[in-house]
Write a protein that binds this ligand. Structure first.
Ligand code: SAH
Length: 373
């Protein structure tokens, strides 16, 4: 059914990710009043509606008309995902596998802790960076996520866990700096429309040449200030070792990466953190800590040590608790601010990309066994 005289619907993107003014404008373009846009905003963000059907305050005829012309890249105008699988660890860490409109799957994790709920979001489906210890990198990149698919992850965790997320970290699947427009737009939406604080958001990158200073500038431009935390996945104290772990490091010398980090700090005025995955026997020895301390001496930064989470395909070792403690001590003695990331939800396939790989493995095995004669 179509409303007589209504303007034809231009092909468009899903509504999730749009702010109040854009939704008002969109409603007006559809021949409705701006008030309808404000209702959409409330139902999308505050009430977490999953589909247009649920927004019963909107005129039925309009909803039906919209349903006949879904936007590009989504089955419904709101742009919400489908939950494909949920796995909950003993500590409450909840990993969701979400289905996109084009049949791909994304991982997102809710991590509860004293007084906070952190959502670890994906910025891409798969990843092109192929870091050797990372499960996501094994399958390559399918595509970047759109803004609605990033914001949806935060709403999905809120819905499943029944709690408002306080923190968001872009540490799920993908390399955020290869999808920085959508990432910045999603940050804007999380802050403006979901009321999160930019300081509670972290963007983690392994480093893409020539992108850090421009990220800082665009963040200032788009968000008014760049207060989210930038976390740089360093993982090694020198170029040779870094290249062994991170194939893309060949094209980005560690000195150039650090120079870009310094420019980022100068532009934003924020200190950044360095992430360092500790791989048993490989980069976790005291001499590595000493070299790391020399490398980042005087840098306004914080080091976050991440004991390796074993993944099926690789032969890396988890570092011993003694090695982790000694590494941390060696940095502290050299006045480097350091923390160790607690292993959360190991029984919920906590390492990046693992749930998806395991389920895809199962699904392929299952479909193979179904199709075999
Ligand atoms: N591409 C971005 C963000 C995604 S990964 C980046 O590389 O920073 C988020 C963090 O998890 C990165 O520091 C990454 O190196 C780390 N990580 C990936 N696989 C891991 C594993 N098996 N064990 C521990 N940390 C891992």
């Amino acid at each position: 059914m179509t409303t007589p005289g209504a303007a034809p619907l231009a092909p468009s993107r899903p509504l999730l990710g749009l702010g109040r003014p854009e939704l008002e404008q969109w409603a007006e373009q559809q021949g409705q009043s701006a008030f309808r846009g404000r209702q959409l905003h409330e139902w999308l963000y505050a009430k977490g509606a999953r589909s247009l059907d649920q927004i019963t305050v909107l005129p039925k005829a309009w909803r039906q008309q919209l349903a006949e012309h879904p936007p590009q890249g989504a089955a419904d105008w709101l742009g919400r995902s489908r939950e494909l699988h949920r796995s909950v660890a003993r500590d409450g860490t909840t990993k969701l596998l979400l289905g996109t409109a084009d049949g791909l799957s994304i991982e997102t994790v809710g991590i509860p802790a004293e007084g906070r709920l952190t959502v670890c979001v994906s910025s891409q489906v798969g990843c092109a960076m192929a870091c050797r210890f990372c499960a996501t990198g094994k399958g390559g990149l399918q595509r970047s996520l759109a803004v609605h698919e990033i914001v949806d992850q935060v709403l999905s965790v809120r819905e499943v866990m029944g709690e408002r997320p306080s923190h968001v970290v872009f540490m799920g699947m993908g390399e955020p700096l290869l999808n920085s427009e959508a990432v910045l737009h999603a940050i804007h939406c999380l802050c403006t429309d979901l009321g999160m604080a930019q300081r509670q958001i972290t963007v983690s990158t392994v480093g893409v040449p020539k992108t850090l200073p421009s990220l800082a500038e665009r963040a200032l431009e788009r968000l008014g200030r760049a207060q989210f935390t930038l976390a740089v996945s360093l993982h090694a104290p020198d170029q040779r070792l870094r290249e062994q772990l991170i194939p893309t490091a060949h094209a980005y010398p560690i000195e150039a990466l650090l120079a870009d980090c310094r420019r980022y700090v100068a532009i934003t005025g924020r200190r950044l953190s360095f992430e360092y995955v500790l791989l048993g026997g490989l980069n976790d020895q005291p001499h590595h800590a000493e070299a790391l301390a020399r490398l980042i001496r005087g840098f306004q930064s914080h080091v976050n040590l991440i004991p390796y989470n074993p993944i099926a395909e690789e032969e890396f070792q988890r570092p011993s608790p003694e090695a982790v403690a000694a590494f941390r001590r060696a940095l502290q003695e050299r006045h480097i601010a350091v923390s160790v990331r607690a292993s959360r939800g190991l029984d919920a396939d906590a390492a990046c990309g693992q749930l998806r790989r395991r389920l895809e493995g199962e699904l392929t095995t299952r479909s193979r066994s179904h199709s075999s004669p």
